[in-house]
Design a protein around this ligand. Structure first.
Ligand SMILES: *Cc1c(COP(=O)(O)O)cnc(C)c1O
Length: 366
């Protein structure tokens, strides 16, 4: 180890690097471990790139505001929704003093961004991995409450009455951040219509999932102008590269949105077909319903299942380290061909399992 390491802040020396789906597992032919969209359209770039870009490109902000049905003053564009999460924590949480509340099992970046900002994390587990524990949440005193809906990795929508109850409770005390990274798969469930009623509501969105642009790194934070202006003070001067702005604007054009909606319809159908098949597999103990482009399965031995599929060149994700999820894997919905390969490989794997692992606790699909 070089001496340079000891020059870093103590918190940096102590941090464990984030293990993303892409960093922990690459290779393999079929990637079903990061909730990406396999049905991605191609894009073109035009022009020169000698000038610095606008911090918040107007055409892009206007396009997203129109798509979401809100005003341009309510929109911030960032380097993925992940940067939105980080900006919220850095803008609203005093290091070593404030805290955030999260509801595991859920998306990992809330806790990771909090940790790097020396912000404590209160964890209030989802009930039966689908409903908020309101009493538990109300017993915490955070600056930010993160609610993910559809929740990654469980796929559940958090009931709107529960979100409203959290908003009412924390009025004037904390921001309530609803992460809608997968909302295009269940658009009627969006809480964006509540923005006009609750100045402390924040909605996170991304082009990484339904729009098929994970490689672009483009996300949006939707909130009252006061919240957006606070985040603008913290964001870097040029967070959105010109090529990113150009491609994102194409994705948000009328034809781009139509394409996205068609791929969502295809994926929702593939997902429902996969759930029906998974429910019949001996050895799959539980299949979660899903309102997004992934499905959770409880199996006898998650690590063994993941490695059996790797041998078939298919990557899925082990979620067993999540609070409340034991022996659980998450499968992202890929192309029709990829889902065929997956189904075959899973049928093969589970037919080789011992019969005592037969399904006991199946649930209805969404
Ligand atoms: C993928 C994901 C994000 C991050 O989106 P990016 O725009 O790619 O940074 C945020 N929240 C949830 C729940 C996600 O699954």
């Amino acid at each position: 180890m070089s001496k340079v390491n000891s020059l870093a802040r103590q918190i940096v020396q102590d941090l464990v690097p984030y293990a993303s789906a892409r960093s922990t597992m690459s290779g393999g032919a079929v990637w079903l471990n990061a909730n990406e969209n396999a049905l991605a359209p191609a894009y073109q770039l035009a022009g020169t790139f000698n000038r610095y870009p606008s911090c918040q490109p107007k055409a892009l902000i206007n396009a997203y505001a129109t798509y979401a049905g809100i005003t341009a003053e309510q929109v911030l564009v960032s380097r993925g929704a992940d940067e939105g999460i980080e900006l919220l924590i850095r803008s609203f949480c005093e290091p070593k003093t404030d805290s955030i509340t999260i509801c595991p099992p859920t998306y990992g970046m809330y806790a990771i961004s909090a940790e790097s900002n020396q912000t404590a994390v209160s964890k209030v587990l989802l009930l039966n991995s689908e409903q908020l524990d309101l009493a538990g949440i109300f017993a915490t005193h955070p600056k930010l409450v993160f609610i993910c809906s559809p929740n990654n990795p469980t796929g559940d929508l958090i009931p709107r009455e529960q979100i409203t109850a959290v908003l009412e409770h924390f009025s004037g005390k904390a921001l309530v951040v609803v992460d809608e990274a997968y909302i295009e798969f269940a658009p009627e469930a969006s809480v964006v219509p509540l923005l006009s009623r609750y100045p402390h509501l924040v909605v996170l969105r991304t082009l990484s999932k339904a729009f098929g642009l994970a490689g672009l790194r483009c996300g949006f934070t939707l909130a009252s102008p006061d919240v957006i202006n606070a985040l603008k003070k913290m964001i870097a001067p040029y967070p959105i590269a010109e090529p990113v702005a150009q491609i994102a604007a194409q994705a948000l054009s009328a034809s781009g949105i139509t394409q996205m909606q068609q791929s969502v319809a295809t994926i929702n159908q593939l997902r429902n077909d996969f759930i029906a098949i998974a429910q019949q597999l001996p050895g799959v103990k539980r299949v979660w319903p899903s309102n997004a482009n992934y499905v959770l399965l409880q199996v006898s031995d998650a690590a063994d299942c993941v490695s059996a599929l790797i041998n078939a060149d298919i990557l899925i994700r082990n979620q067993s380290s999540q609070l409340g999820l034991s022996q659980v894997v998450r499968v992202s919905i890929g192309s029709p061909q990829e889902m065929q390969r997956l189904t075959k490989a899973m049928q093969q794997y589970f037919s080789e399992q011992k019969p005592d692992t037969k399904n006991d606790n199946k649930r209805e699909s969404a």
